[in-house]
Write a protein that binds this ligand. Structure first.
Ligand SMILES: [Cu+2]
Length: 618
């Protein structure tokens, strides 16, 4: 049986695997820095109620704040009875060490065979966490890591609700001064359960990718067919303020309140008081628009997080057109870019300096207290428009959604901040030049139908990564079998750059790769349908060298980079646009190109961040 239920492109690097052999056993005395308990529960969401995989009782889960240059342990309990779990982050997590739950119940993350649970899927770097078990994830942040990330499950469709912000705090290291910060984490609301969605896309007959039934902001929002009422939910302190760079104060390092002890473990049943930092879910009879409270005359760092499992968003604020993008994907700070809108693909993050109106400006605006944030999906058959509310006074009621859009958002989303984001400190840039590239890997993204099963699959460079193509995670194999399990580099060079035995793309240390994703028209029934794809890399971040319609032309793009004297910042998720919604079947529709000098040994996945596409082979 060829089941394509989980797959992704994966890069195994030629790695000194002895470094992986260090073993740490956590006994009962070990206290992790953070604890996440993942459960499945019926929760009110999108003005409805649905079964969802939640973290510490809510969706999104709590914001995890980490210090730069510090080691942290995050313990993830899988409290679900019947589903596997892995937690990953857009921050690089190093799941290399073992943990032990109790004397009688062991889980050796790297050595124990997984029972074949229904949703179980082989992973690149670790086994999933079986029900009733936990895993201690180690995160060692670097001094240059302050930025916005998020964590989410990497099994099945769990990430549609099982996720939360992960923020490496500035601790005074930001080149920007701001008074406070706010998190804007978006995700999709689907009516279908994760299992129904898996059946729609990963089985024959293919029923199509379920479209979004609503976009939620910080867990709140309105699903299709529902209407938000005006009301006042009280002042919201969603996710807390973290440890920002308070204007005029000396850098605080380390912050006094940084949690070193998790305290009592949350069970998910706790009463959550209004105003507490972790409140996320709404009541069905409390169907109001999501609200972000701000004060007049202040500068905020807005952290936009694309936690969507499908939707590609464009958004802007009513009455506020100066959004200054200072950081993307938690990379080095960029030369500030002023824009009137944000585009957010699944997996992406944008950090924005946002100055609120002064009291006088609010008065001049008719004593207005609330402004809409309008967000719309792009590149899908059923567009969704939703609203959040920027509120200047918690006394003011949150209004109902406006009858008509308050701003006009562009239909063409292929040009926003392309060839624009350059490092604030260019001298520290390590972006490889065209001359340094040692190998170009062209990855054709092809939607096709598997003749044997009738299933619709996504292939990358001719590779649909299937559940039965690996019986154990590749990194685990390398850990156990050493050299014998290392992917065959020479075989890969003769096979579209991937090794047929391990189904991985081996890379030698210090190779400079140019990785080009080539979007193509669907081959399924010759439809030529094109979709946009947010491509995401685990592990080392890459330098994005642009995108364009048609087929990639290295000379033309290099000439453009040179002409612009463009030095890119690092990214971990960038959009492979579609440019056209339909081309000839198999015809090139558009491309996205990255450069990366392979410096971090490991087994790293590269995949589209659309959950359904991952389940279909990508
Ligand atoms: Cu995709």
């Amino acid at each position: 049986m060829r089941t394509n239920t989980f797959s992704s492109l994966l890069i195994g690097a030629g790695l000194p695997f002895a470094a992986l052999a260090e073993r740490v056993v956590h006994d009962e005395s070990f206290i992790p820095d953070h604890v996440l308990r993942v459960n499945s529960s019926q929760v009110p969401t999108g003005c409805q109620s649905r079964q969802a995989v939640i973290v510490n009782g809510t969706s999104p889960g709590p914001a995890i704040h980490l210090l730069p240059g510090a080691q942290s342990w995050i313990r993830v309990y899988n409290d679900m009875a019947d589903q596997n779990l892995t937690m990953v982050s857009t921050y690089t997590i190093i799941p290399l060490r073992n943990s032990r739950l109790t004397k009688e119940q062991h889980w050796h993350g790297l050595t124990q065979r997984m029972a074949p649970f229904a949703d179980g899927a082989p992973q690149a770097a670790q086994w999933p966490i079986p029900p009733g078990h936990f895993f201690d994830y180690e995160i060692a942040t670097q001094a240059e890591d302050p930025g916005t990330y998020f964590y989410h499950s990497h099994v099945g469709m769990q990430a549609m609700s099982c996720f939360g912000p992960l923020i490496v705090d500035d601790c005074g290291s930001s080149p920007h001064q701001y008074d406070d910060e706010r998190v804007f984490v978006f995700h999709d609301y689907f009516t279908e359960t994760g299992h129904q969605m898996m059946d729609s896309v990963a089985k024959a007959p293919y029923k199509g990718v379920p479209e979004t039934d609503g976009i939620l902001l910080n867990g709140q929002g309105v699903s299709t067919g529902k209407t938000a009422k005006p009301g006042n939910p009280g002042r919201k302190f969603i996710f807390g303020g973290g440890y920002s760079s308070p204007r005029g104060l000396a850098p605080v390092f380390p912050p006094r309140l940084h949690p070193r002890s998790p305290g009592p473990l949350p069970t998910g049943d706790e009463e959550i008081e209004d105003g507490e930092s972790q409140q996320q879910t709404s009541n069905t009879d409390d169907c109001i628009l999501p609200v972000i409270d701000v004060d007049p005359g202040k500068t905020y760092r807005f952290r936009f997080i694309g936690g969507t499992g499908l939707s590609f968003l464009t958004m802007g604020f009513e009455g506020h057109s100066n959004l200054i993008v200072v950081q993307v994907d938690g990379s080095e700070y960029n030369v500030p870019v002023s824009t009137d809108r944000i585009q957010l693909g699944a997996g992406q993050r944008f950090d924005v300096m946002f100055t609120t109106k002064t009291e006088d400006e609010l008065k001049a605006d008719g004593d207005k207290k609330t402004y809409f944030l309008q967000f719309e999906t792009r590149d899908r058959p059923n567009p969704y428009r939703g609203y959040g509310v920027l509120r200047y006074s918690s006394q003011a009621d949150v209004p109902a959604a406006p009858e008509n859009p308050v701003i006009t958002l562009p239909t063409d989303v292929t040009d926003w901040l392309e060839y624009t984001l350059q490092p604030l400190y260019p001298d520290t840039s390590k972006a490889p030049t065209a001359a340094e590239v040692t190998r170009r890997i062209v990855v054709d993204c092809v939607q096709t139908q598997d003749e044997a099963t009738g299933r619709v699959v996504w292939e990358l460079a001719g590779l649909p990564w299937t559940e039965d193509s690996r019986t154990s995670p590749l990194l685990v194999d390398i850990y156990q079998h050493g050299e014998a399990a290392i992917p065959d580099y020479d075989a890969a060079i003769n096979n579209n750059n991937w090794d047929p035995k391990t189904e991985s793309f081996p890379v030698k240390l210090n190779e400079v790769l140019e990785i080009v994703f080539q979007n193509t028209g669907s081959r399924v029934r010759g439809s030529g349908f094109v979709e946009s794809h947010p491509f995401h890399a685990h592990g080392q971040h890459y330098y994005d060298i642009g995108s364009g319609p048609g087929r990639y032309d290295a000379d033309a793009n290099n000439a453009k980079l040179e002409e612009l004297d463009y030095k890119p910042v690092r990214r971990d998720t960038t959009m492979l646009y579609r440019y056209d919604d339909r081309v000839e079947a198999g015809q090139a529709a558009g491309w996205r190109a990255w450069r990366i000098r392979a410096e971090d040994p490991g087994v790293w996945m590269i995949h589209c961040h659309i959950l359904a596409h991952m389940m279909m082979g990508k």
